[in-house]
Design a protein around this ligand. Sequence first.
Ligand code: CA
Ligand code: CA
Length: 236
Amino acid sequence: MTFRTLMMRIGSFIFGAFLLAEVSSANAMFINGGFETGDFTGWTVSDIGGGSSGVGVDGSAIPGESASFEPAFVNVRGGTQAAFAVVATSLGEFLSLSQTIDLAAGTYNTGFFMGNDNAAEFGINGAISNEHLGIFVDGNNIGFDVRFPDNSFPVGTLPTDTEEFSSEFSVLGGLHTIEFRISGSGNVRPGISVDDAFLNRVADNGISVPEPSTLAVFALGLLGLGMARRTRKTAW
Ligand SMILES: [Ca+2]
Ligand SMILES: [Ca+2]
Protein backbone atom coordinates (compact mmCIF):
# COMPACT_ATOMS: atom_id res chain seq x y z
CA MET A 1 0.00 0.00 0.00
CA THR A 2 1.42 3.38 -0.91
CA PHE A 3 1.55 6.21 1.62
CA ARG A 4 -1.02 8.11 -0.45
CA THR A 5 -3.45 5.16 -0.42
CA LEU A 6 -2.97 4.73 3.30
CA MET A 7 -3.71 8.40 3.92
CA MET A 8 -6.84 8.21 1.79
CA ARG A 9 -8.04 5.15 3.71
CA ILE A 10 -7.39 6.83 7.05
CA GLY A 11 -9.21 9.92 5.80
CA SER A 12 -12.28 8.01 4.72
CA PHE A 13 -12.23 6.04 7.97
CA ILE A 14 -12.24 9.26 10.00
CA PHE A 15 -15.00 10.72 7.83
CA GLY A 16 -17.11 7.58 8.19
CA ALA A 17 -16.59 7.47 11.92
CA PHE A 18 -17.69 11.11 12.15
CA LEU A 19 -20.95 10.21 10.40
CA LEU A 20 -21.41 7.20 12.68
CA ALA A 21 -20.83 9.31 15.81
CA GLU A 22 -23.35 11.88 14.60
CA VAL A 23 -26.01 9.25 13.92
CA SER A 24 -25.56 7.42 17.20
CA SER A 25 -25.64 10.60 19.26
CA ALA A 26 -28.85 11.66 17.53
CA ASN A 27 -30.56 8.44 18.53
CA ALA A 28 -30.12 8.13 22.26
CA MET A 29 -32.57 5.50 23.33
CA PHE A 30 -34.01 3.92 26.40
CA ILE A 31 -33.44 0.21 26.81
CA ASN A 32 -36.81 -1.52 26.54
CA GLY A 33 -38.71 1.78 26.21
CA GLY A 34 -41.76 -0.13 24.94
CA PHE A 35 -41.60 -2.87 27.62
CA GLU A 36 -41.59 -5.51 24.88
CA THR A 37 -39.37 -7.77 26.99
CA GLY A 38 -42.50 -8.35 29.10
CA ASP A 39 -40.78 -6.96 32.18
CA PHE A 40 -38.84 -3.93 33.40
CA THR A 41 -35.50 -4.94 31.87
CA GLY A 42 -33.32 -1.83 31.58
CA TRP A 43 -35.36 0.22 34.02
CA THR A 44 -34.79 1.08 37.64
CA VAL A 45 -38.22 0.65 39.21
CA SER A 46 -39.59 1.88 42.54
CA ASP A 47 -43.15 1.80 43.82
CA ILE A 48 -42.92 4.86 46.03
CA GLY A 49 -45.34 5.14 48.94
CA GLY A 50 -47.07 1.84 48.21
CA GLY A 51 -48.91 0.84 45.09
CA SER A 52 -47.69 -1.78 42.69
CA SER A 53 -46.50 -2.14 39.12
CA GLY A 54 -45.73 -4.63 36.39
CA VAL A 55 -45.88 -5.32 32.67
CA GLY A 56 -48.81 -6.91 30.83
CA VAL A 57 -50.35 -7.47 27.43
CA ASP A 58 -53.16 -5.43 25.92
CA GLY A 59 -56.48 -5.87 27.73
CA SER A 60 -55.09 -7.99 30.54
CA ALA A 61 -56.48 -7.17 33.96
CA ILE A 62 -54.25 -5.08 36.17
CA PRO A 63 -53.64 -7.19 39.29
CA GLY A 64 -55.15 -5.72 42.42
CA GLU A 65 -57.57 -3.51 40.55
CA SER A 66 -61.31 -3.88 40.88
CA ALA A 67 -63.93 -2.55 38.51
CA SER A 68 -64.68 0.32 40.82
CA PHE A 69 -61.13 1.55 40.65
CA GLU A 70 -60.69 2.45 37.02
CA PRO A 71 -58.94 1.71 34.77
CA ALA A 72 -58.48 -1.97 35.46
CA PHE A 73 -56.91 -3.11 32.17
CA VAL A 74 -53.58 -2.65 30.49
CA ASN A 75 -53.76 -0.46 27.39
CA VAL A 76 -50.87 -1.05 24.99
CA ARG A 77 -49.81 1.73 22.62
CA GLY A 78 -47.04 -0.04 20.70
CA GLY A 79 -46.11 -3.70 20.32
CA THR A 80 -47.85 -6.19 22.60
CA GLN A 81 -46.73 -5.15 26.10
CA ALA A 82 -47.07 -2.10 28.33
CA ALA A 83 -46.19 -1.28 31.92
CA PHE A 84 -48.88 -0.60 34.47
CA ALA A 85 -49.01 1.11 37.83
CA VAL A 86 -51.58 1.02 40.60
CA VAL A 87 -51.13 4.34 42.35
CA ALA A 88 -53.00 7.30 43.85
CA THR A 89 -51.62 10.81 43.95
CA SER A 90 -53.45 11.80 47.10
CA LEU A 91 -51.81 8.98 49.02
CA GLY A 92 -48.39 10.06 47.85
CA GLU A 93 -47.97 6.95 45.75
CA PHE A 94 -46.18 6.97 42.45
CA LEU A 95 -44.26 4.66 40.17
CA SER A 96 -40.69 5.74 39.47
CA LEU A 97 -39.10 4.51 36.23
CA SER A 98 -35.59 5.67 35.44
CA GLN A 99 -32.55 4.99 33.30
CA THR A 100 -29.06 6.47 33.44
CA ILE A 101 -27.68 7.09 29.98
CA ASP A 102 -24.44 8.49 28.57
CA LEU A 103 -25.68 11.48 26.57
CA ALA A 104 -23.89 13.73 24.12
CA ALA A 105 -24.21 17.44 24.85
CA GLY A 106 -27.40 18.92 23.49
CA THR A 107 -31.13 19.32 23.86
CA TYR A 108 -33.37 16.28 24.17
CA ASN A 109 -37.08 15.58 24.01
CA THR A 110 -38.21 12.82 26.34
CA GLY A 111 -41.47 11.43 27.59
CA PHE A 112 -43.92 8.56 27.79
CA PHE A 113 -47.51 7.68 26.98
CA MET A 114 -50.22 6.96 29.54
CA GLY A 115 -53.23 4.86 28.70
CA ASN A 116 -56.62 3.86 30.05
CA ASP A 117 -58.39 0.82 28.65
CA ASN A 118 -61.56 1.34 30.70
CA ALA A 119 -64.67 3.03 29.33
CA ALA A 120 -64.68 5.66 32.03
CA GLU A 121 -62.94 8.95 32.29
CA PHE A 122 -59.69 8.86 34.16
CA GLY A 123 -59.52 12.48 35.26
CA ILE A 124 -56.30 13.92 36.49
CA ASN A 125 -57.57 17.47 36.30
CA GLY A 126 -56.70 19.41 39.42
CA ALA A 127 -55.03 16.46 41.03
CA ILE A 128 -51.64 16.54 39.38
CA SER A 129 -48.88 16.63 41.92
CA ASN A 130 -45.63 17.84 40.46
CA GLU A 131 -43.75 15.53 42.76
CA HIS A 132 -45.77 12.46 41.84
CA LEU A 133 -46.40 12.85 38.14
CA GLY A 134 -43.63 14.31 36.10
CA ILE A 135 -40.33 14.06 34.28
CA PHE A 136 -37.11 14.45 36.24
CA VAL A 137 -33.59 14.81 34.89
CA ASP A 138 -30.78 14.28 37.41
CA GLY A 139 -33.37 14.82 40.15
CA ASN A 140 -34.72 18.08 38.75
CA ASN A 141 -38.37 18.35 37.75
CA ILE A 142 -38.44 19.60 34.16
CA GLY A 143 -42.25 19.65 33.98
CA PHE A 144 -44.13 18.24 31.07
CA ASP A 145 -46.30 19.16 28.17
CA VAL A 146 -49.59 17.27 28.45
CA ARG A 147 -51.23 17.15 25.07
CA PHE A 148 -54.83 16.37 25.82
CA PRO A 149 -57.67 18.87 25.70
CA ASP A 150 -59.43 20.24 28.75
CA ASN A 151 -57.00 18.47 31.05
CA SER A 152 -59.21 15.38 31.09
CA PHE A 153 -57.72 12.02 30.35
CA PRO A 154 -59.16 10.28 27.29
CA VAL A 155 -60.72 6.84 27.39
CA GLY A 156 -60.77 3.97 24.94
CA THR A 157 -59.08 0.74 24.10
CA LEU A 158 -57.08 1.83 21.04
CA PRO A 159 -53.37 2.61 20.92
CA THR A 160 -54.36 6.17 20.05
CA ASP A 161 -56.32 6.38 23.30
CA THR A 162 -53.15 7.23 25.14
CA GLU A 163 -51.69 10.62 25.89
CA GLU A 164 -48.17 11.88 25.58
CA PHE A 165 -46.36 13.46 28.50
CA SER A 166 -43.14 15.02 27.29
CA SER A 167 -40.62 17.74 27.89
CA GLU A 168 -37.29 19.07 26.66
CA PHE A 169 -34.04 19.48 28.53
CA SER A 170 -30.47 20.47 27.75
CA VAL A 171 -27.37 18.85 29.18
CA LEU A 172 -23.62 18.75 28.81
CA GLY A 173 -22.20 15.44 27.70
CA GLY A 174 -22.00 12.64 30.26
CA LEU A 175 -24.14 10.32 32.37
CA HIS A 176 -27.63 11.60 33.09
CA THR A 177 -30.59 10.01 34.86
CA ILE A 178 -34.01 10.44 33.28
CA GLU A 179 -36.86 9.54 35.62
CA PHE A 180 -40.57 9.30 34.95
CA ARG A 181 -42.86 9.60 37.96
CA ILE A 182 -46.26 8.18 37.22
CA SER A 183 -49.36 8.63 39.33
CA GLY A 184 -53.11 9.10 39.18
CA SER A 185 -55.55 11.22 41.04
CA GLY A 186 -58.15 11.15 43.76
CA ASN A 187 -58.43 8.84 46.73
CA VAL A 188 -58.78 5.60 44.83
CA ARG A 189 -55.84 3.81 43.28
CA PRO A 190 -56.38 3.72 39.52
CA GLY A 191 -54.31 1.47 37.35
CA ILE A 192 -52.37 3.40 34.74
CA SER A 193 -50.81 2.01 31.59
CA VAL A 194 -47.44 3.33 30.48
CA ASP A 195 -45.83 2.64 27.11
CA ASP A 196 -43.39 3.88 24.46
CA ALA A 197 -41.01 5.90 26.59
CA PHE A 198 -38.82 7.89 24.22
CA LEU A 199 -35.67 9.98 24.20
CA ASN A 200 -34.60 11.96 21.14
CA ARG A 201 -31.78 14.43 20.66
CA VAL A 202 -33.37 17.44 19.01
CA ALA A 203 -30.47 19.92 18.90
CA ASP A 204 -26.79 20.12 19.65
CA ASN A 205 -27.17 23.72 20.96
CA GLY A 206 -24.02 24.68 19.11
CA ILE A 207 -22.08 23.26 22.04
CA SER A 208 -18.95 21.96 20.39
CA VAL A 209 -17.87 19.37 22.90
CA PRO A 210 -15.91 16.57 21.19
CA GLU A 211 -17.51 13.23 21.84
CA PRO A 212 -15.37 10.44 23.27
CA SER A 213 -15.90 8.38 20.13
CA THR A 214 -14.67 11.30 18.00
CA LEU A 215 -11.58 11.70 20.16
CA ALA A 216 -10.89 7.98 19.88
CA VAL A 217 -11.10 8.24 16.09
CA PHE A 218 -8.63 11.14 16.09
CA ALA A 219 -6.28 9.10 18.24
CA LEU A 220 -6.54 6.19 15.80
CA GLY A 221 -5.91 8.58 12.92
CA LEU A 222 -2.76 9.96 14.57
CA LEU A 223 -1.63 6.42 15.31
CA GLY A 224 -2.15 5.61 11.64
CA LEU A 225 -0.04 8.61 10.58
CA GLY A 226 2.74 7.57 12.96
CA MET A 227 2.72 4.02 11.60
CA ALA A 228 2.74 5.32 8.05
CA ARG A 229 5.79 7.50 8.77
CA ARG A 230 7.57 4.57 10.41
CA THR A 231 6.75 2.33 7.46
CA ARG A 232 8.19 4.90 5.07
CA LYS A 233 11.41 5.14 7.09
CA THR A 234 11.78 1.37 7.09
CA ALA A 235 11.05 1.08 3.39
CA TRP A 236 13.41 3.88 2.37
CA1 CA B 1 -45.17 -1.66 24.19
CA1 CA C 1 -56.01 -1.58 24.30
